[in-house]
Write a protein that binds this ligand. Structure first.
Ligand SMILES: NC(=O)C1=CN([C@@H]2O[C@H](COP(=O)(O)OP(=O)(O)OC[C@H]3O[C@@H](n4cnc5c(N)ncnc54)[C@H](OP(=O)(O)O)[C@@H]3O)[C@@H](O)[C@H]2O)C=CC1
Ligand SMILES: CCCCCCC/C=C/C=O
Length: 336
């Protein structure tokens, strides 16, 4: 008999998540039917999307999320004991999956983990998974950066931001990052060799860009939105490109009551900007090739991928709350 632990959304989020929003439960799992596998979570991911997407989820539902898990029992000849999988079964320790009946369209929700060699399987939730593909496809396809161009990245010390910054550096761009602590800023400059980095909590964005990019910005990879991003957009050059990846500054606000920000149309029209949002599932058909490209960057020594690891399944709520508060440098993860 297998007893799974799971976190449910006990109360809908109202503002910033607190521990009261979550409840830890236990559940006895059934025996496997034909075609099913039983997996045990090893690594779980805490991602920003969980906050806004949970606005549409009923209380009592298992908290959404992805994990790297090990197959511990299989009633499916295509899957063997001991293999590692990526799966989107939410915040739970054990899950029963029938791989053949899963939805095939949209965001990949289940696959055997590719061979990462000696690298940690946890990378399948970060640089070699959804955040990695977000950085790779979302930056290259939408910003279309060229060597020598000036690139600005917000939430630059997080999973996606760190990755975008290194792709930009490797291309020969001039890279400017914004992050929420002096420690992160120092790390971006000293370790990732960003040309400039600023703490957006203590430095005015306009002043920072006048100093670091007096001739303007070619590409902006936007993870945060709000007035911060309006300020960057007013510092763009003619024909600048903005990849709108996330708007984390809005995620804890009721979508019906979002703050007003400085109007953008004058900048968009007179600078002839291209501004495009995306969801990474757009590149679902290239998912594994994205992972391979990022794995090759790592093997070539062109990509470093810090992880911010919180220990213990029971720590998931704190890890999620901490990530939204900026505690992480790199990919925020929980190790069971
Ligand atoms: N479009 C898509 O398909 C995808 C979009 N995303 C988006 O990319 C962004 C980054 O995700 P990811 O790399 O996983 O997460 P991160 O690892 O960057 O973690 C989130 C970070 O956001 C920063 N942050 C939190 N609140 C604010 C705020 N009010 N203003 C500015 N920064 C804030 C914090 O860093 P700091 O200390 O700097 O404040 C925190 O560490 C998110 O917006 C996410 O929604 C991610 C994956 C796919
Ligand atoms: C229900 C799973 C949704 C995954 C969404 C990933 C895209 C993220 C967008 C913003 O963070």
């Amino acid at each position: 008999m297998v007893i799974a632990k799971k976190f449910i959304l006990e109360k809908p989020f109202n503002g910033a998540p607190t521990e009261d929003n979550f409840k830890l439960l236990e559940e006895e799992l059934d025996e496997l039917n034909k075609g099913e596998i039983l997996v045990e979570a090893i690594w779980l991911s805490v991602d920003p999307y969980i906050r806004p997407y949970s606005n549409h989820v009923s209380p009592g539902t298992t908290v959404m999320g992805t994990q790297i898990a090990k197959i511990i029992k299989s009633n499916n000849q295509d899957y063997k004991f001991g293999q590692l999988v990526f799966c989107s079964t939410g915040w739970r320790t054990f899950s029963i999956i029938n791989p053949t009946t899963l939805e095939k369209d949209g965001m990949p929700t289940f696959y055997l983990l590719p061979d990462f060699g000696n690298l940690s399987p946890s990378l399948g939730l970060g640089v070699l998974g959804m955040p990695g593909n977000t950085a790779l496809f979302g930056f290259l396809n939408i910003c279309d950066p060229k060597p020598g161009e000036t690139v600005v990245i917000s939430a630059a010390a997080g999973a996606v931001g760190i990755h975008v910054g290194q792709i930009a550096r490797n291309l020969g761009c001039y890279v400017i990052g914004f992050a929420g602590s002096d420690h992160k800023v120092k790390w971006l400059k000293e370790v990732l060799k960003f040309d400039a980095a600023f703490n957006y909590k203590t430095k005015d964005v306009n002043a920072a860009l006048l100093e670091a990019a007096p001739h303007g910005v070619d590409c902006y990879f936007d993870n945060v939105g709000g007035d911060f991003s309006s300020a960057v957009i007013y510092r763009m050059k003619n024909f600048g490109r903005v990849s709108v990846c996330g708007s984390i500054s809005s995620y804890n606000t009721n979508p019906k009551n979002l703050p007003k920000v400085s109007m953008l149309q004058p900048a968009i029209v007179f600078k002839q900007l291209k501004i495009e949002g995306f969801i990474v599932s757009r590149w679902a058909d290239k998912w594994q090739s994205g992972i391979e490209r990022n794995l090759n960057f790592i093997k070539e020594g062109k990509l470093i991928y810090p992880e911010y690891i919180v220990q213990g399944f029971e720590s998931l709520p704190q890890a999620f709350i901490g990530m939204l508060n900026g505690e992480n440098l790199g990919k925020a993860l929980v190790k069971v």
